[in-house]
Design a protein around this ligand. Sequence first.
Ligand code: GAP
Length: 558
Amino acid sequence: MEMDQLVALCKRRGFLFQSSEIYGGLQGFWDYGPMGVELKRNVREAWWRDMVTAHNELQPPPGAPSPYEMVGLDCAIIMHPQVWKCSGHYDLFHDLMVDCRESKRRYRYDQIQGRWVEAKGQTIFVTGEAQGPEAIADLQHKALRFFNLRSKEADELQWHGPVASLTTLESAPMPAPGEGKAAAAGGPGKVYDFSRVLGPDAKTLGTLTAPREFNLMFKTIVGALGGEEDAAFLRPETAQGIFVNFKNVLDSTRVRVPFGVAQLGKSFRNEITPRNFTFRSREFEQMEIEFFCHPGQSRAWYQYWRDRRYRWYTDLGLAGQRLRLRDHTPEELSHYSCGTADIEYAFPFLAAGDFGELEGVAHRGDFDLRSHMEGKLVRQGDALVVEQDAQGKPKYRGSGKDLSYFDDLTKDRYLPHVIEPSAGADRATLAFLCEAYCEDEQPDESGKPTKRVFLRLHPRLAPIKAAVFPLVKKDGMPEVAKEIYAALKPHFNAFYDEKGAVGRRYRRQDEVGTPFCITVDGQTLSDGTVTIRDRDTLRQWRVKKEDCPAEIRGRLGI
Ligand code: GAP
């Protein structure tokens, strides 16, 4: 499947629109249309139900070290600015960006891809932002333009080494003509000499600046009279709301460690280069769990959550070659993390063999609770200590509140460790859409084989669970169909359609992933049965019209 086909379907059938499209759109922001809103709600509801409300705290689920409790929270998007200072986001939540002096465009440093190319006695590093299969063609196009060559002269370009990130030049000395291969292999010494780099949108060499840090948090001012000292931030993650409410949850419920707190809601990141449809947006939704456990059991809980969360995606239809669970290497781990695994999906906009993160499952130790007790922490050798300013005082003071847990059965007091499964609702929705997109050939009304596009969505996720059609708009069929529709509506989202040829009505429902279509036909009027058609197999069978709600509910498992 090409990404363009899915993007076109999403617009055509009301899944996703560019935000403020009539004004030219706003990069990194997306609106969910009538179908998309149902799909994303179903993703969120599946997560909330499977993780929180359907969780039985009396029995350990398969693989869990013990039974555990789950509760939820819904915190404010804007929190006290000290939260972000102690969590580390204020100082550390940044990406490196480079600017182009010629095009005035800004890029995320690690997302510029390029390749050494030699022609007419000159070697340059030609760059672009395209990923995947288009990257090679994009770089060739730019190299031809730079060297003033025509497409048919492409063999005059001598390519050296593979496509590589601009970051690989940091340690690579610039090659002289003919030395491209050696340079592409990398060399010693970190340099930011971009004098032979052709920026992604530049016509001349050496227009990219050295990388600079850019904090990703959106800043805002609270209150009518507010100045800089009143600056607050839109949360870049939902997690911190859970940590700062740890004590409130303990004091207001009867939960005991181990327990998890789930939160689902909007997060905001001022991404330098939002891209790949909703994959990297500036406003998105997260589904996060902070799971508090005894330090001695935290490794076992980490293993449990890593596997449990992977299974959630496979249960809902992501499977096979395109989904993987990848453990971080020690170099990738954050300074506080004792272990992290990413659940990744091979999105179609990525190069073959590449995967994009759907969810991270991290063992965070006691870093977060300690930070909000004592102040911002930094690593010193093997220990985490409170960071100090020039006067030897804590750089950012914590709340000073005691966030330890007292186990009244064992009389043990300790700071719980945290396992954090952190997922993105928009990324999960996008992955479910990518996985669901299918094409096959089916006979149309006249029997001619024609292309059919359908979304093989898991029935729990499908925006519409069943559509009801009268075969024709006469002979009392619409009346019977409307009765069935009314009987289905209290149970799930159903759709009534009497317009146009029935074949076309089926196709429209296939395109939005409706698993079942119910048709009232001539036989219904004589024996009271209707046909039910399965979206994926196209199998049709008859049931009594009054049995439709039970039949569909049984098949949906609701
Ligand atoms: N509390 C940990 C945390 O926020 P993260 O890996 O930065 O970790 C978690 O984010 C998840 O949020 C990601 O796996 C992804 O699904 C989603 N996410 C992060 N940034 C995103 C963005 N710019 N657009 C869409 N989803 C994003």
